[in-house]
Design a protein around this ligand. Sequence first.
Ligand code: C2E
Ligand code: MG
Ligand code: MG
Ligand code: MG
Length: 289
Amino acid sequence: RAKEAGRGRIEVFDDRLRAELAERSALENGLARAIENDELVLHYQPIVGLRTGEVEGYEALVRWQRPGHGLLLPGAFLPVAERSDLICELDAWVLREACRQLAVWRAADPATDLVVSVNLSRRHVARARVVEDVALALAAAGLEPRRLVLEVTEDALAEDLTAIGHLAEIRELGVRISMDDFGTGYNSLARLEHLPVDEVKIDRSFLTGTGASDRLLRLVVQAAHAFDLAVVAEGVERPEQLDTLRAIDCEAAQGYLLGRPEVAGRAQSRVAELGNRPSTVDASMATRS
Ligand code: C2E
Ligand code: MG
Ligand code: MG
Ligand code: MG
């Protein structure tokens, strides 16, 4: 009897495994066609200057409107894309679309002094084509290189001299490089000095709001400033976190408190709304979001 029950379990397991494999390959095939089928969408989340209260730029975050499955977040499909060079196609599309969108915003209002941040995956940064993908996206949109920020995670750069070389080339164009999720990987602060980086985005795990982590946060901000790097804090959800960031002289922040990722049209009306008015990042704004 025990043996039979065991066999039953194996069959159930087999079925589940088969279903999972089928789903995974359906996902992979669907994703490969998502670009040509126009199923990818960018949402834009504001990055707000803490001294001015103004929106300084937007991070473009990819979503997939997958037929029959609704709107998928990156966590549901990027790991699949990252298993092959498909991720390079996806990143290149995001680059073109984000540059195009910023050019549209600026055409509508030339006084709009915004930048757009785009995430690049580790695999893409390791490929020589990344330099051309960036240059082509800028040229197609007619966007000045200084209006583009590329976000790469620490692990994309760790020990990879080829990838570091590509970023250095891109930076020569005038594009800014930002180290994403800073503090979660293995780059020591000291290594930052030797990397082609202009900015760090402090991972939201640093914003726990306990006394000990506030002291750590202050140290990281000070160290970044000592290397002439700009600092953006990620994942700000509560007003007290904003107070802490201001107190330790962090210059910019991003998070649900300041604005959720949203489609281009809504992101644009937010700029129109907050645009050049000082001190918009205060309690009144906190209650609004
Ligand atoms: P990331 O670059 O660190 O982006 C920030 C993530 O945190 C986004 O998740 C954003 O929606 C979320 N977030 C923003 N504010 C808050 C907050 O206050 N609280 C919390 N809990 N979360 C917040 P999302 O959009 O799901 O993206 C996840 C990751 O996927 C990104 O992390 C980035 O690494 C990657 N990604 C997104 N778009 C692209 C892309 O176009 N290409 C590549 N290669 N990677 C992308
Ligand atoms: Mg990012
Ligand atoms: Mg991040
Ligand atoms: Mg993150």
